[in-house]
Design a protein around this ligand. Structure first.
Ligand SMILES: [Zn+2]
Length: 194
């Protein structure tokens, strides 16, 4: 690992701090994941009030659904049928991950810096039969708000976690990884879902 400016989140008051899904203090429900071409997946999600009860419940549901889904490293609100700019990510333990912020949910997230494009293979629970090669920034700065408190956060990450964040931010904008694949030669039939 390089990048001395990255550093741990300690001392970075715009990091996640002590936030964990437990701080939502509501039990999440496992929701059904919708598959393409469901129209909710291709509509840009709306901005949300991260402090509303509705968004807190949505955040808990995203985490609960992500946790029961094998191989799932991120899940966005449109994937459970809600057109909102909210998603959960957790790349903990993934062999390709370098920087790992654990399990978190962001509201109204936007990319503020994206550099060092790299190709990589992606899959998606809403596109169960295909994977694809997508170029994504391997160094990324994202800003958003935490559900519950609405506290603003700024995450600096790289590699696989950066890819997961860009994939989920795309979902919130009504885009699938298939929209980012450079031509049909970059799409593959999936043999096993993982
Ligand atoms: Zn996806």
């Amino acid at each position: 690992m390089t990048g001395e400016e990255r550093g741990p989140e300690t001392g970075d008051h715009l990091g996640l701090g002590n936030w964990t899904p437990d701080t939502l203090a509501v039990p999440g429900e496992v929701r059904q994941v919708v598959a393409a071409p469901h129209p909710v997946l291709s509509r840009p999600g709306g901005e949300v009030d991260p402090t509303s009860d509705e968004v807190v419940r949505l955040a808990a549901d995203l985490v609960a659904t992500m946790r029961v889904s094998p191989g799932c490293v991120g899940l966005a609100a449109p994937q459970i049928g809600v057109g909102a700019r909210v998603f959960a990510v957790d790349v903990t333990g993934h062999p390709k991950a370098v920087t790992v912020h654990g399990a978190f949910v962001l509201c109204n997230a936007r990319v503020v810096e994206a550099t060092r494009l790299r190709p990589g293979r992606e899959g998606c629970m809403s596109v169960p039969d295909l994977t694809g090669d997508v170029k994504r920034a391997s160094r990324l700065v994202v800003e958003g708000e935490l559900p519950g408190t609405g506290r603003p956060v700024r995450l600096v990450t790289d590699g696989f976690e950066a890819r997961a964040l860009q994939h989920e931010i795309d979902h919130c904008a009504g885009l699938l990884f298939l929209d980012r694949v450079a031509g049909a030669h970059g799409i593959y039939q999936r043999k096993v879902y993982l």
